[in-house]
Design a protein around this ligand. Structure first.
Ligand SMILES: C[S@@+](CC[C@H](N)C(=O)[O-])C[C@H]1O[C@@H](n2cnc3c(N)ncnc32)[C@H](O)[C@@H]1O
Length: 226
């Protein structure tokens, strides 16, 4: 899907309502359904080489599936639109003896200050929300200049068109779960983010693992290393 098409998906109230409501319904079975995604999630977080000193923001935390791979001593904030998911994130944090601030909110309009986090996790969220560029833009805003964004989601390769099968399945997939036709790079470019590491694939190439950083930081890093 083109940059413009991804950008133009302005969420309506109905889209917001359905997006929240479906995850309220999925919350009791989410862990079971998402089990095949665990290996990719673990690999995405390992790539961050976290030390425990970081301030980490999880956007669209679901039931807190990322928590067990994060350092317990890190400062962790989780945001999700579905209250049932936020409750589960809190319960999982308690079970793991982790101190996590979990709250209900919209990842498209994040209620945090600029430069407030060292790491933002965007795991299985960009393809789910009505407006992924808004989420990426908010992630970039709350990230410190040297911060990193971890992305784990379904994307088609850069500068390719979705296959006929993806286009055919997309209306149903988008309604029930997530969009199958997004490219990552245009979403990041809109937010002035860029991929900083080689991307990896997971689940037979259906999912992509990537790390992104703010573009001006990348430029500075490149200038220093040349
Ligand atoms: C596919 S689940 C991913 C959960 C988790 N990040 C993971 O990796 O398993 C998508 C989550 O995003 C949440 N979500 C959907 N739209 C959102 C929005 N606009 N703001 C915040 N969370 C949202 C849903 O409630 C759901 O918990």
């Amino acid at each position: 899907m083109s940059h413009d098409a991804q950008e133009s998906s302005a969420p309506t109230d109905l889209a917001r309502w359905w997006n929240r409501t479906r995850y309220q319904l999925y919350a009791p079975i989410y862990d079971w359904v998402a089990r095949p995604m665990e290996d990719g999630r673990r690999r995405a977080i390992e790539r961050l080489s976290l030390t425990g000193d970081e301030r980490i923001l999880i956007l669209g935390s679901g039931p807190g599936s990322d928590l067990e791979y994060l350092p317990a001593e890190a400062s962790i904030t989780a945001l999700d639109a579905a209250p049932a998911m936020v409750r589960r994130t809190r319960e999982r944090a308690e079970a793991l003896d982790m101190d996590v601030e979990a709250r209900v909110g919209d990842a498209q309009t994040v209620p945090f200050d600029d430069d407030a986090f060292d790491v933002v996790l965007l795991h299985l969220i960009l393809s789910v929300v009505p407006n992924p560029t808004a989420v990426a833009t908010e992630a970039a805003r709350v990230l410190t200049p040297e911060g990193r964004v971890s992305i784990y989601d379904k994307f088609i390769p850069e500068a390719t068109e979705p296959s006929f099968l993806r286009r055919a399945l997309n209306p149903v997939a988008r309604f029930l779960f997530s969009d199958l036709t997004y490219q990552l790079e245009p979403i990041l470019a809109h937010a002035d983010l860029g991929v900083v590491d080689p991307k990896e694939s997971a689940l037979g190439g259906l999912y992509t693992i990537a790390q992104a950083a703010r573009r001006e930081e990348k430029t500075v890093q490149r200038a220093n290393s040349s």
